[in-house]
Design a protein around this ligand. Structure first.
Ligand code: TZP
Ligand code: MG
Length: 205
């Protein structure tokens, strides 16, 4: 994959904002985020036909900004709506077992530490997401913060493999992620909950 797309990777779902999800995504795209992931989890997560409709609309939006559109976990939905890829975690389907649709798509895998790396098959993986770098309120079971040092350790182990940092990243701390081996940063709350999304995105850019 083109590593540049990982630069400012925005993740959002209905539970991450009090605003309309599509409005938030469009504002972030318009401000210049370079990749988007739909992560529908938690109390307000859309399901069924509503989820399919929202995902299709977001796909059209991302297409119009030429920004890759990734779906978290739900590879069936990703294939159904023709998303650019899927992001999976350690407890989801293993990357090599994804359907053939994903052979030429973006496959992201969460890999938080050396143990997870050792047990992961990265053959089909396009990038790894590593974290939580800092404490986060957006994922209850995120585990202990690995700090930028954890990114540097991971970088030494993975060579050139594209890697994004995730977890608690803000305009005040993202630079340490890039300085410690991340190709880009993944953000939920610092964009989704910003009073001015355009200003927040521009602080990162
Ligand atoms: N995986 C590890 S931390 C995290 C995920 C999905 C949440 C990141 O959200 P925020 O609000 O940017 O800390
Ligand atoms: Mg998952």
């Amino acid at each position: 994959m083109n590593k540049n797309a990982l630069e400012l990777y925005f993740i959002c779902g209905s539970s991450n904002t009090d605003e309309n999800l599509l409005t938030v995504v469009e504002k972030a795209l318009d401000a210049g985020v370079t990749m988007f992931q739909l992560r529908e989890k938690g109390s307000r997560a859309l399901e069924g036909a509503e989820l399919m409709e929202a995902a299709s609309k977001i796909k059209e939006l991302c297409n119009s900004y030429e920004v890759p559109f990734i779906i978290d976990d739900d590879y069936t939905l990703a294939e159904e709506i023709g998303a650019d890829g899927v992001h999976i975690g350690q407890d989801d389907i293993e990357p090599q077992n994804l359907p053939p649709y994903f052979d030429d798509k973006i496959i992201g895998l969460s890999v938080g530490n050396a143990e997870e790396l050792a047990s992961s098959n990265l053959e089909k993986v396009s990038y790894i997401g590593t974290g939580p770098v800092y404490a986060t309120l957006s994922k209850a079971d995120a585990g202990k913060a690995i700090k930028p040092k954890g990114l540097a350790d991971m970088r030494r182990l993975i060579g050139d493999m594209p890697m994004v940092a995730i977890g608690g990243i803000t305009p005040d701390n993202y630079m340490a992620c890039l300085e410690n081996g991340a190709d880009g940063i993944c953000i939920i709350s610092a964009i989704a909950n910003a009073p001015d999304i355009n200003a927040a995105v521009n602080r990162f850019l």
